[in-house]
Every structure is written in C-alpha cells, then in structure tokens.
Design a protein around this ligand. Structure first.
Ligand SMILES: Nc1ncnc2c1ncn2[C@@H]1O[C@H](COP(=O)(O)OP(=O)(O)OP(=O)(O)O)[C@@H](O)[C@H]1O
Ligand SMILES: [Mg+2]
Length: 390
C-alpha cells in the first residue's frame, strides 16, 4: 500500500451534497500506512453526524477495494452550533434558523420542494418545522397528508400539527376546506406575524417557510420579523420562469438574505416504465443565472409522476420512496443547505436590522395616521403596517 494508492482511492469519496471529492477539497491529512493498514484524518466543515458517517463508510469501502486491511478514519468536525448567531429582530426566538423557499412564478414547485426538503432535513437528524406562508393558496396540508386534521388550541396559542416527524402549520389547517379568503396587504403581514408568534413551535433547528409566489408583502414581513438564515429559489428551466426567478434572487439580495442555491424543478422527465431521463424544457438554462447571483444549482429535480402523486395523496416522495433518484437529489440539496446554514452561523449569522422600516429619529412608524375606523393596536401586537416597531 502506498500513499498514492490511498489518495487515489479517497479521491473517489465525494463530500456529501457536493460533486467534489474529499481529497480535492483538501480535507484529507495525516495519512499513515503500515503494510496494508491505513489511518488518516478528514477535517470537515459540517457538524452534521450523517456527513461524517457517510464519508467514513465511503472511504472504508474505497480503501477495502484497493486491498487495505485495518482502516482507521478519524473525522474532525466542528461542534454543532448550540444557538443561531443571528441578530436583529426575531419574533420566534426558539427557532434557530429560517429557510425561505421562494420563486418568482407560481406553480413551479415551491410547496413540493418545501415539503421534501423539510422531510430530508428531518431525516438527517434536524428538528424541523414547516410553515405554509402561502395564505392565498395553502397546499401544504394536502401534501403532508394532514388535510383533515385541525390543530389543538392552547389558550390563545395554536399547537403545530405533527406529520412525518416535523411540525407543520398552514392557513389551510385553520380554515374550513375549500374556503377562500380575500387578503389585504396589512392582513397578510398580520397573518405572517401570527404564524411566527402565536404558533407554539418547539425549539427548532430550522423552520422551512413555503412562500406565496412573487416578491411582495409576505416576503418583506417575514424578513423583517425574523432573521432569515438562507433563501432558496425554485425555478423551472424555461426562459419565462427564469426571468421571474431573477426577481426572486434579486429580492434575497435586497433583503440581505444569503442565497442557499437554486432548485431547478421539472428539469427533464423520468419515464416511470423505463427510468430513462429525457430533457424536455431544455437543460443548462439555469446555470448562467446561478453564476450571475454567485450561487449554485443544488438539485435538478425531474418531472416524475410519483412526485405529483405523492403531493396529491399526502405521501411525499422523500418519505415514502427515499431511495428514488428524486429523493436522493432532495437529500443532497438539504445537506448542502444545512452546510451553508452552519457556515453562516460560524461566521456571525445574519442580521435583519438593515431591512427594518426606516423612520425619522424619535418617530415611530406606528404614529403614521391610521384610518379612524381602524382599532389601535394593543401594546404587544403589531399595528399591521409592517413597521417592525413591536
Ligand atoms: N418534479 C415534479 N414532478 C411532477 N410533478 C411535480 C413536480 N414538482 C411539482 N409537481 C406538481 O406540480 C404542481 C405544482 O407544484 P407546487 O404546488 O409545489 O408548486 P408551487 O410553486 O408551490 O405553486 P404555487 O405557486 O401555486 O404555490 C403540483 O401538483 C405538484 O405535485
Ligand atoms: Mg405552493
């Protein structure tokens, strides 16, 4: 056994969630060889235990394949951050990290992505919540198989519903099915704030937030109410969707939300009978946009009938068929998002101070004249103007 053989075997071990191997990343060091026994260290940047486990398993398999006998792989990982290091206004302080799932266009697969990423993060050992902030068209209850379940109310707080190991809340769970509500801007802001303040979320590692399409009141209120750790943009490969996705990415920039990446959904088609993948909408169209915003495509999710069926029947593919190609891609995307969340916290976290409403010194935005009929807000609740002063 030589160092060259060991390095060449270890260069087949990909860093989970990336297309680069652990040798190229420069993570492997202190290789000691004694006949066919090999020991080495791998310094990784993620504290997630499953990352260490996967690297150990893959490295042992690759080394055994080239004839190594006793293998000792020491993984050095940073400590899991106890708390988020984010600053600024946070009306849901028991939640350590917030992941905002957005798109410029409707119907591109935000809710499907939110559900599957949330389940993948939970399967990777995180304590996860899923908030359906799409108050116009709440689809999460159906997709999570909880459409008929009403949440428990505790005083003036509401308990999230548990499904697939995660905590869930949606406007759809609070209103009668099929009911439609007409929302004015101020009501949307109020609803988003209540979802964060009046739902009894546990101490969560991450709250995944499925946004309505576009860049409007809901997005701004969310960013002002909690320090959003990372944003994820969902797009489809067609030009018209990409135009709108640029707006979504630009919004993250303007709100000072770090971009965790882009998910290209409906990227190709996997035939259910043969498993063969076909390019339908055109591939490679999203990459220039990722480059423009200095981010990356963290998954290409094909059109698969089992994803649609899973959504309609409340059986998400990541849970019911975790070994399918699409589930594996959702898992890799979730691992990549978590690595970024850890990196952000290790580097001081995010701060939403800069996106709070600006008012002249000494003047509260709440002193803005309000229509006579509007009741004055109670001291502990927002005036509903998104002023951020409560
Ligand atoms: N990769 C996929 N393969 C097959 N069907 C998919 C895929 N992604 C999403 N769908 C289906 O497309 C439809 C729209 O997806 P989804 O509701 O997640 O989009 P959305 O962006 O949340 O929409 P909206 O803007 O209305 O909230 C759903 O029926 C969903 O099951
Ligand atoms: Mg949706």
């Amino acid at each position: 056994m030589t160092e060259e053989i060991v390095k060449s075997a270890l260069s087949k071990v990909m860093y989970p969630g990336f297309t680069k191997d652990i040798v190229t990343f420069g993570f492997v060091n202190s290789i000691v060889i004694n006949a066919n026994d090999v020991s080495f260290n791998v310094d990784i940047t993620s504290s997630a235990p499953e990352v260490a486990q996967q690297i150990t398993d893959d490295a042992k398999a690759e080394l055994k394949a080239v004839g190594a006998a006793n293998i000792s792989c020491q993984i050095n990982a940073p400590k899991m951050p106890k708390e988020s290091s984010s600053k600024g206004k946070n009306i849901a302080p028991q939640v350590k990290n917030f992941l905002m799932v957005s798109s410029g266009k409707g119907g591109v697969g935000k809710s499907t992505t939110s559900v599957n990423i949330a389940i993948a993060l939970a399967a990777q050992g995180k304590k996860v919540g899923l908030l359906d902030a799409d108050i116009y068209g709440p689809n999460i209850p159906r997709m999570m198989g909880i459409a008929d379940i009403k949440p428990e109310v505790n005083g003036n707080k509401v308990l999230p519903i548990k499904a697939y190991g995660i905590e869930v809340m949606s406007m759809g769970s609070l209103m009668e099915s099929g009911q439609s509500l007409i929302w004015r801007g101020a009501m949307i802001m109020k609803a988003i704030e209540q979802f964060l303040r009046d739902i009894l979320w546990s101490e969560l590692d991450v709250l995944v937030i499925d946004m309505p399409p576009g860049t409007g009141d809901a997005q701004l209120t969310l960013a002002q109410s909690v320090p959003v750790t990372v944003g994820l943009t969902v797009t489809t490969p067609q030009g018209v969707s990409l135009d709108d996705s640029r707006r979504s990415l630009d919004m993250f920039r303007k709100l000072h939300i770090p971009i965790a990446g882009i998910i290209e959904n409906m990227s190709g088609f996997i035939a259910p009978d043969t498993g063969v993948e076909y390019d339908i909408f055109g591939k490679g169209t999203t990459q220039p946009m990722a480059d423009e915003f200095e981010t990356k495509i963290i998954a290409e999710i094909p059109i698969e009938s089992s994803i649609r069926v899973g959504g309609d029947e409340g059986k998400p593919i990541t849970f019911v068929n975790p070994t399918s190609e699409s589930a594996k891609r959702y898992h890799a995307a979730a691992a990549s998002i978590w690595t970024m969340i850890e990196d952000i916290n290790a580097n001081g976290g995010v701060d939403n101070q800069a996106v709070q409403p600006t008012t002249p010194p000494g003047v509260s935005a709440c002193s803005t004249p309000k229509p006579q009929a509007a009741p004055a807000p109670k001291s502990d609740e927002s005036c509903g103007t998104g002023c951020g002063c409560h």
